[in-house]
Design a protein around this ligand. Structure first.
Ligand SMILES: [Cu+2]
Length: 649
């Protein structure tokens, strides 16, 4: 992408004037042509070299017919390909047909390929492991049922087994339970109830009943089978001691909305074989969990809805990569809303920015803070403006990661609130008592804003909408945002970038490509253009070329090692070593619901060696977690090389 040389200012002014005069003549001669002329003028302006140099340029990516999927998740693999995961793609028909999708996109030749998707990974969590595989855990076990569609009252039935003898008991799907008033309920799936356990407690033998939960639906329609308070239910067909030992208990049986249910399937996606490989299941079912790697190499899964759509009450768990299995982590009990925005800090603590997506208590778990995952203590980080507007906001570890500063951008009120905010806040987590300080406001209030760390220590922010899922905002039926901006941390300002042409709200994502461009995908509006009918999922893809790609020649990395040690140095060949002013390792993104725990940019020590540069990698694993990175070299004009993939050990 070598830009042509710039014409002289006088020539550019002259050609611009000629175009304007021509356009003016067209407008005057033919009034209905005004709109067309306006578009032509806009197209002319954004395609000028001088405009691209200042604001960058957007282009549509043609997607072949069979590969248009609902991009719910996206991750950049160390093979250079983009993993785009839909699962059922928020499409109930696809879910019921078990049509789950994943595609790979290769930005080097614009090729798409299909990947078999074994289960519904829609709304799973994910993060890269040190070996470059993508851990994907959770997903969708059941779709939501809106209140208006609940004809049969339903509830979660807890089967109890008081008998320590006779082993586990299995009850098939459709098992009938009876209330004291004679109402009948049927189980939605098979349930296996473990035997009771005998435990010695202060010298006494105590019996703990075995328990297992299952959805139960009333056989009769309407409100009569609704039960508002906890009650016990008889299992039809049991007699004698069985009838005494085995029974059901439900907190309530209602006609309320049934939330999405989580799944506990877990995979490592292998970038080399391009396949999902099963690992041990999670301990809990999780829908909307955040996965984050810790300094020791373990990953934790945080928050999520369980298989009955209930938010997990602080139960988090740990993945042991060497054993490919999940273990309970009661020592990490802490309540967060779903998809919490978490960032690994240099000292191993986890910063919860406050941003989150979708579900959770109005009050609990909403305070930003530093989570010490060794001791399970939490230091609140105060000072954030609009503290009630973090849902569907985004947060990012500002570049370079050494600064230890996290920025939160936008967000909205809890639930389907129409409120949203333009505020940003920045917390310097190196301070002993860190607090959020105001950052510059976004041009417009924004939810679902994507943030992408660029190799030149800036952050692209793009997409989003002011209203809930692109819907009504201040009297307008649709509220997608097309403005993009680039945040400059050193100067603490947003600079206007070229406007995107596709609106992206809920279920959208943007990630940095190894060639320095940014790909944007997805968007899941609640309504169509008129605001009256259901929206359709946005399947178009755009690619943004930042201004640094229009400044002339790019540095070239000609060679170097595939792996480097943390704390060590490595030499990379480059033709113009004396022009290289900075080197950065960018960890590839793995993003969903604008939550990108992985992305970070690490500054490297740099020494010129004539026809090569020597770079030094920082020592702290909290700063440079083990894994694959993109090495970018930047010249004195801020132009990055195409990245070279390097594994940090
Ligand atoms: Cu979602």
């Amino acid at each position: 992408m070598k830009p042509h040389s710039r014409p002289s200012p006088a020539r550019r002014l002259m050609s611009g004037l000629v175009t304007l005069v021509v356009l003016a003549v067209v407008v005057i001669a033919n009034r209905p042509m005004v709109a067309v002329a306006g578009e032509a003028l806009h197209a002319y302006q954004i395609n000028r070299q001088s405009y691209k140099e200042r604001h960058g340029h957007w282009a549509r990516l043609p997607v072949p017919r069979g590969f248009k999927v609902n991009a719910i998740h996206a991750a950049l693999l160390h093979t250079g390909k983009v993993l785009i995961i839909a699962g059922s793609g928020n499409d109930k028909d696809a879910f019921e047909a078990e049509s789950f999708r994943t595609v790979l996109y290769d930005p080097r030749d614009d090729e798409f390929t299909e990947v078999p998707t074994p289960t519904d990974v829609f709304c799973a969590g994910h993060t890269f492991l040190p070996d470059g595989k993508l851990l994907v855990a959770g997903g969708t076990r059941s779709y939501e049922v809106l209140e208006a569609d609940v004809e049969h009252a339903a509830g979660v039935m807890k089967f109890k087994n008081e008998s320590p003898d006779g082993g586990p008991r299995v009850f098939p799907k459709g098992t009938r339970l009876l209330s004291a008033t004679g109402e009948v309920y049927r189980t939605r799936s098979k349930v296996t109830v473990p035997a009771a356990r005998k435990m010695a407690h202060h010298g006494q033998i105590m019996v703990h009943a075995g328990e297992a939960e299952v959805w139960a639906d009333a056989v009769a329609e309407g409100d009569r089978p609704v039960v508002d308070s906890p009650a016990q239910y008889r299992i039809e067909g049991l007699t004698g001691t069985d009838a005494r030992n085995l029974y059901g208990i439900a907190e309530k049986i209602t006609r309320e909305k049934q939330e999405y249910g989580g799944d506990r399937t877990s995979y490592e996606f292998d970038p080399l074989t391009e396949r999902y490989v099963r690992t041990g299941n999670m301990r809990d079912h999780r829908w909307y969990p955040t996965l984050i790697g810790l300094t020791g190499g373990d990953v934790i899964a945080v928050s999520g809805l369980d298989q009955f759509g209930r938010i997990l009450p602080g139960r988090n768990e740990r993945y042991l990569p060497a054993q490919r299995r999940w273990v309970a982590a009661p020592e990490l009990k802490r309540y967060f809303p779903t998809y919490p925005g978490l960032h690994l800090m240099a000292d191993g603590r986890v910063f919860y920015s406050g941003s989150n997506s979708g579900y959770g208590s109005d009050t609990e778990g909403r305070t930003p803070g530093l989570w010490n995952v060794e001791r399970n203590t939490f230091q609140p980080v105060p000072g954030l403006r609009d503290p009630g507007m973090n849902e569907t906001g985004s947060s990012v570890l500002l570049p370079p990661a050494q600064d230890q500063r996290v920025m939160i951008l936008g967000g909205g009120g809890i639930g389907e609130s129409e409120e949203s905010t333009a505020r940003t806040g920045i917390a310097d987590l190196d301070e002993a008592e860190p607090r959020y300080r105001p950052g510059p406001d976004l041009p417009r209030p924004a939810r679902y804003l994507s943030t992408v760390v660029l190799p030149d220590d800036t952050v692209l922010t793009t997409g989003g909408s002011s209203g809930y899922r692109g819907g009504p905002y201040r009297g307008q039926p649709r509220s997608d945002l097309f403005n993009s901006q680039i945040y400059h941390p050193r100067r603490n300002v947003f600079e206007t970038a070229a406007e995107s042409t596709v609106g992206r709200n809920y279920h959208s994502e943007a990630i940095l490509l190894p060639d320095g461009r940014v790909i944007t995908m997805g968007g899941d509006p609640l309504y169509d253009r008129t605001g009256k009918n259901a929206g359709t999922f946005e399947k178009r893809i755009e690619i943004y070329s930042p201004p640094y790609l229009f400044q002339g020649d790019r540095p070239v990395i000609t060679g170097g090692p595939v792996a480097v040690d943390r704390g060590g140095a490595a030499v990379f060949g480059t033709s113009d070593a004396n022009r290289i002013v900075s080197a950065r390792l960018l960890r590839p993104s793995a993003v969903t619901h604008v939550t990108d725990v992985d992305q970070r940019s690490v500054a490297l020590g740099l020494r010129s060696l004539g026809n090569a540069v020597e770079v030094t990698v920082p020592e702290k694993s909290g700063l440079v977690p083990s894994g694959w990175y993109m090495l970018f070299l930047m010249n004195e004009k801020g132009v990055p090389s195409v990245a070279r993939w390097v594994r940090v050990r």
